[in-house]
Design a protein around this ligand. Structure first.
Ligand code: SF4
Ligand code: SF4
Length: 245
């Protein structure tokens, strides 16, 4: 028969053991506090940075508040009023009103462009759906306000945000919004616009000429047919008069 296992030896409560344990724990905690105090105050390596010390560099792939852009080459708004963004937005926070033609602007011109940032989830679907480089995610994230109305951005505000971002990309050497997004602006300079209008006018005039010529050609055989019938009728009448005589 094997002997039964011995019961564990009870640990005697020790006052000094507990005392030193508490002292070591406090020192460990204080070391962490002092280390972080030195990092924040002397080395400026704060985990949370106050405005006084500036802000952390924002990652290139950061996708913040939506902005509208202007084409740098032509100085015109990139939006062509296609409404693709408004239709695809899952939060229904985009509202656009367009006019059909504004001289010098390619496509429809958005007279009203509103994004309600109270609703926007920054999903980026509008940016992806946009066929031009008009809509972009920006690095803007401090858009707090005192009321819901403060977060409803009109076209002016959206253009300011977009321009700020485009300036930043150019300063960083990334290029204009066309180069960053890889999408091509559809806008033209005033000279290019006038040249295209001239081309359209010339094409319309050529079309009108062709149509007039075609009308003439179809009208001639009918007239000729009509002329023959009349001649035959005249001959018939003459024959009738001679027989009567
Ligand atoms: S990011 Fe998404 S939610 Fe915000 S406006 Fe664009 S589509 Fe709508
Ligand atoms: S922002 Fe883009 S998707 Fe929206 S209406 Fe303008 S061109 Fe179309």
């Amino acid at each position: 028969m094997t002997a039964p296992p011995k019961p564990p030896i009870p640990v005697k409560p020790s006052y000094w053991h507990d005392f030193w344990d508490a002292v070591i724990t406090i020192l460990k905690g204080m070391a962490v506090t002092i280390k972080n105090f030195g990092r924040v105050v002397f080395l400026r390596q704060a985990t949370t940075i106050t405005k006084k010390w500036g802000s952390r560099p924002i990652a290139l792939r950061y996708r913040g508040t939506i902005g509208l852009t202007i084409d740098r080459r032509t100085g015109k708004e990139n939006c062509i009023g296609c409404l693709a963004c408004e239709r695809i937005c899952p939060d229904h926070c985009i509202h656009i009103e367009t006019i059909d033609d504004k001289p010098g602007h390619k496509g429809k011109y958005p007279v009203v462009f509103i994004i309600d940032n109270n609703l926007c989830s920054l999903c980026g679907l509008c940016v992806e759906a946009c066929p031009t480089p008009s809509l972009i995610h920006t690095d803007v994230w401090q858009i707090g306000g005192y009321s819901h109305r403060d977060l409803v951005f009109d076209k002016q505000r959206l253009l300011e945000i977009g321009e700020w971002q485009q300036e930043k990309w150019i300063r960083m050497g990334l290029g204009t919004v066309d180069q960053v997004t890889g999408k091509k602006s559809m806008q033209m300079t005033d000279e290019e616009w006038q040249a295209e209008e001239e081309k359209k006018r010339a094409a319309a005039a050529a079309r009108a000429q062709r149509a007039a010529a075609a009308r003439q050609q179809t009208a001639r055989p009918a007239a000729e047919r009509h002329g023959k019938v009349t001649a035959k009728q005249e001959e018939g009448k003459q024959e009738e008069t001679t027989t009567e005589g």
